[in-house]
Design a protein around this ligand. Structure first.
Ligand code: ADP
Ligand code: MG
Length: 240
């Protein structure tokens, strides 16, 4: 598998503090890669280094073989990254379908728009809610709509920052099913996540960060069975 996104010796310092230290890892084409680790491990910082919110203090970030270390987020989006930030930012006063329409209008030819809207609505499980205002949806449905808006850009790599934050176990499971449907459709996914049940459901590979460094790396089964990983999570009740 070719690496779609690659970090090479990436560090990020805030003042005197190294939030991310010498991180090497790659996200391979076609996989669902989960980035996990205790609070303060550097997950969000690494995510922001991937999407271009921050530049690294040292090291390089590559996307599809190109060095994008100093590219702005919008340029990375043009290359095929699509980002769903943590808090939903749907247009609450507009219907669900209109939200998708706005996200797609510059990416989908006009004659195909309504068919694409239908396809995306079905994929998101929101067909029955197409005419409802986005602000009336449940928190979970808003997250799915926003994932749909990120998908409207037809990305190669979908970056999700804690897509299950604030969701019920049922909504979390359905989010996992959605991510797996997207992966089957050919999208590569990198998700920063807390919920281990969700990670078990979706991940092809897992990278564990701890104190800003890659602590472990492997399949879900390997990570779950690793006593060293369990140890760094001790006292963290959100991990099963
Ligand atoms: P995680 O997402 O794994 O919980 P973060 O990447 O948010 O961890 O943070 C890692 C460490 O870096 C924390 O100690 C945090 O306080 C620090 N940090 C993150 N962002 C900044 C910033 N903008 N300025 C100073 N310190 C920061
Ligand atoms: Mg975080």
């Amino acid at each position: 598998m070719a690496e779609l996104l690659q970090f090479k010796s990436v560090s990020r310092r805030f003042g005197g503090f190294m939030a991310v230290r010498d991180v090497d890892f790659g996200v391979a084409e076609g996989e669902v890669h989960c980035l996990i680790g205790p609070n303060g491990a550097g997950k969000s910082t690494l995510f922001k280094l991937a999407v271009g919110t921050y530049a690294p203090t040292s090291g390089t970030v590559h996307f599809r073989g190109q060095n994008v270390t100093h590219e702005a987020s919008f340029a990375r989006v043009q290359r095929g990254m699509s980002i769903k930030m943590q808090a939903p930012s749907v247009f609450r006063a507009l219907p669900v379908r209109q939200n998708l329409h706005i996200a797609m209008q510059h990416h989908v030819p006009l004659p195909d728009l309504s068919r694409e809207e239908e396809r995306l609505l079905a994929l998101l499980g929101l067909s029955a809610d197409a005419t409802r205002l986005a602000g009336e949806l449940s928190h979970g449905q808003q997250q799915w709509l926003e994932i749909g808006m990120a998908m409207a850009l037809k990305p190669t790599l979908l970056l999700l920052d804690e897509p299950t934050a604030g969701l019920s176990p049922e909504e979390t499971f359905r989010t996992g099913e959605l991510v797996l449907r997207l992966a089957v459709g050919g999208v590569t996914v990198l998700a920063v996540e807390h919920d281990m049940a969700f990670v078990r459901q979706i991940a092809t590979r897992v990278t564990v960060l701890h104190l800003g460094q890659v602590f472990a790396h492997g399949s879900v089964a390997e990570i779950v069975a690793d006593p060293r990983v369990a140890e760094i999570y001790l006292g963290m009740p959100h991990v099963a």
